[in-house]
Write a protein that binds this ligand. Structure first.
Ligand code: NDP
Length: 253
């Protein structure tokens, strides 16, 4: 297996949920991690928990300047990133398209699409120069199966899922690896953010369901990123057993 102690990971959205779990798992396995996100208090708390193996950098993936500043200020011990986890992302609102707010659509595109691209564009040159690196994009099953109220969130995740494959095509012939991890329902702060702080509505999403935990997704990241260098996992789609598919909707006239 790839020796985890050689990993220097850059994780977006490490202040909560899946990103924080990935950071904890990688550090426990001996890796170094650059933890990023907008909420500085949370970053500092996680940095204190993780210790010397972690470097905390406040960063907004929507803001190109913030990304450049963060990447340029990486301490030498953390500068040769060889594992990028594009995890930062969010949903905003759960209306049908015909009722949705344009601003919510913009926020999702700016974060889940433009943000992912800006980070990738900033870190990819170093990886290609060193001919070493692995990019893991956290997409979603929402990007694979259409459902009402998914609209733009699902479309941004379809972008993430597919960009992993097209990026991999471009990197063919190099030693770089790309993996798309596409989770189903995971209990995190995702629904609280989606419903703009409405805790009750957010809790209702997971009520009575045994859904995935952030640690379950961290397990998939750990597995894919520590396989021998000749193995590239293209995509992993993972759902809770309690979540499955539905039939086509039919509307008799
Ligand atoms: P959380 O809300 O718990 O965490 C989201 C993270 O993204 C936070 O750390 C947040 O940090 C960060 N983030 C959001 N916007 C920005 C930004 N502009 N710049 C930097 N960081 C940002 O949700 P999850 O852990 O569930 O979500 C992680 C990823 O997993 C997302 O891409 C989501 O789409 C995906 N996913 C989640 C599923 C689920 O059911 N939970 C299912 C499938 C995929 P901060 O606010 O501090 O900036």
């Amino acid at each position: 297996r790839y020796d985890t102690r050689n990993l220097i990971a850059f994780i977006t959205g490490a202040t909560a949920g899946i990103g924080a779990a990935i950071a904890r798992r990688l550090v426990a396995e001996g890796a170094k991690v650059v933890i990023t996100g907008r909420r500085e208090d949370r970053l500092q708390a996680l940095k204190e928990e993780l210790g010397e193996q972690a470097c905390a950098l406040p960063l907004d993936v929507q803001d190109e300047t913030s990304i450049r500043t963060a990447v340029e200020s990486l301490p030498a011990a953390f500068s040769d990133i060889n594992l990028l986890i594009n995890n930062a992302g969010l949903a905003q609102g759960g209306e049908l398209s015909q009722d949705a707010e344009l601003e919510n659509w913009r926020t999702m595109i700016d974060t889940n699409v433009t943000g992912l691209l800006q980070i990738t564009h900033a870190l990819l040159p170093g990886m290609t120069e060193r001919n070493e690196g692995h990019i893991i994009n956290i997409g979603s099953v929402a990007g694979n199966y259409p459902a009402p109220r998914g609209n733009v969130y699902a479309a941004t995740k379809a972008f993430a899922n597919h960009f992993s494959l097209t990026l991999r095509a471009d990197l063919g012939g190099t030693d770089l690896r790309v993996t798309s991890i596409e989770p189903g329902m995971v209990e995190t702060e995702f629904s609280k953010v989606r419903y703009k702080g409405d805790e009750e509505k957010a809790r209702g999403v997971y009520e009575g369901l045994k859904v995935l935990s952030s640690e379950d997704i961290a397990e998939a990241v750990f597995w894919a990123s520590t396989l021998p260098p000749h193995m590239n996992i293209n995509r992993i789609e993972v759902m809770p057993t309690a979540q499955s598919f539905n039939s086509f909707a039919l509307y008799p006239s």
